[in-house]
Design a protein around this ligand. Structure first.
Ligand SMILES: *Cc1c(COP(=O)(O)O)cnc(C)c1O
Length: 429
């Protein structure tokens, strides 16, 4: 049992925790979807984060400035469009633990991974392989296999998929160490998740980077489930690149503009890259010269002038992260998720089993949960909960993902989840 002596499964205790939470006011900054006369217990910020109240005004500002200023908005909008991506850059860098010049908000996650792999996946006959995990998110597997084929290799030889070796489907550092010791000299790139989407396992990015670099491999992280969740230190981890989407823990709306990180040591390197004019040095970009004068750092990977209407929600959302601070959010998140894990073990352990690692350093906000009675019971529980206003998400074949997001979820939310499971148990008994 998780040692958590002061946790209690009653509403008075949960409300007292929420009242004492130094980040409690941030919940009011979000629009919580309604359920009946009340609010939903929304525990699915790992899939689509809730809308910050500031988003509406941020969008209206841009629409009004466009109406008022036309093309002059590039320089004279309240948030001038020309350097707009820089407005989000510093906060984004703080959220992922990077230097400002190492990050850029652009495109979508899969597009960014492809663009970064153009630079960092350079297979040769001697070193053609790409290492991913067996149960990688489908888009990550698709991009890995298609990059391999694009370079004229065959995924059947060049795609190495590491199997889970721990109960619950998680992967030990020892397994990563073994595969790199065995195949490292053939591997051009290790593409790994920061937090695995299905199991919720968080990885030690610095350790993976060290192991991979020792074998001469490049390393990139898909931080879709890690950005805004873990207190990332991408610069210190030393990875070559990373990318993430902004609609999960970063709360920037469906299909939001994604992020990319390129380590500072590559800032001046003459890497192969797919280029476009927004990757040029801002000082000379409008001189319209034939040659590409690259911007410094991650901005050099930008192609186009950015979609301002899509960046506005990111700006509004990042403002909240700036005020809350990633380290305080992570501190709350550890305790909130520990409470949820404790509730599950103590209250409904006969019904549910947590697949996510117990160690706080090996998980983020999310717990991946299997119903002991199997897939159909799991789906029935999931549907029962949704009907009662407790929303998680369901991943076939049999995983329920529950993620208390520290910006807006509460101890009371975690307790309501456990109570919904108890109600379902009483109902089916
Ligand atoms: C959410 C997620 C994606 C989604 O990719 P998009 O390009 O944003 O559609 C890809 N990979 C992982 C690991 C994810 O969690």
């Amino acid at each position: 049992m998780t040692p958590s002596p002061d946790f209690r499964a009653d509403a008075g205790w949960a409300h007292a925790q929420d009242a004492a939470d130094p980040l409690r006011t941030f919940r009011n900054e979000f629009l919580i979807p309604p359920h009946g006369d009340g609010e939903q217990t929304y525990l699915v910020g790992n899939s689509l984060g809730l809308q910050p109240r500031g988003v509406r005004q941020a969008l209206l500002d841009e629409i009004d400035d466009w109406a008022r200023l036309g093309v002059e908005g590039h320089l004279h909008a309240r948030h001038p469009w020309l350097p707009y991506h820089r407005e989000v850059r510093d906060t984004l860098a703080a959220v992922v633990g990077a230097e400002a010049s190492e990050v850029v908000a652009m495109n979508s996650l899969t597009a960014n991974l492809h663009l970064l792999m153009v630079s960092f996946y350079r297979p040769t006959a001697a070193r053609p392989a790409l290492l991913i995990e067996r149960h990688a998110f489908p888009s990550d597997r698709d991009l890995a296999a298609s990059q391999i084929r694009f370079h004229g290799f065959d995924p059947r030889d060049a795609l190495i998929e590491l199997d889970a070796d721990e109960p619950g489907g998680t992967i030990s550092m020892a397994a990563i160490e073994r595969v790199l010791a065995e195949h490292g000299q053939r591997i051009a790139l290790v593409l790994w998740p920061g937090v695995q989407y299905l199991t919720g396992q968080a990885f030690d990015l610095a350790a993976i980077t060290r192991l991979a670099h020792a074998q001469g491999c490049s390393v990139g992280f898909d931080c879709a489930h890690a950005a805004g969740n873990l207190d990332l230190r991408l610069h210190d981890a030393g990875c070559d690149f990373a990318a993430w989407c902004s609609y999960k823990y970063l709360n920037s709306g469906p299909g939001a503009v994604a992020g990319a990180f390129v380590h500072a040591r590559h800032a001046q390197a003459a890497l192969p890259r797919f280029e476009g004019w927004w990757g040029r040095n801002q000082a000379t970009r409008f001189e319209m010269r034939p040659e590409f004068d690259a911007a410094t750092g991650a901005e050099a990977w930008q192609l186009s002038n950015p979609p301002i209407l899509a960046l506005a929600p990111l700006r509004a959302s990042l403002d909240l992260f700036q005020r809350a601070g990633m380290s305080r959010l992570r501190e709350k998140s550890r305790r909130l998720t520990a409470y949820l894990a404790w509730l599950i073990e103590a209250q409904v352990g006969d019904v549910l089993e947590v697949a996510t690692p117990h160690e706080p350093d090996r998980r983020g906000a999310q717990l991946s949960i299997r119903v002991r009675a199997g897939r159909d019971a799991g789906k029935s529980l999931f549907d029962f909960m949704a009907a009662h206003g407790v929303l998680g998400d369901w991943r076939e074949p049999d995983v329920m993902r529950i993620a208390p997001a520290p910006l807006y979820n509460t101890y009371a939310d975690c307790l309501r989840y456990a109570e919904a499971v108890q109600a379902w148990r009483a109902n089916v008994a």
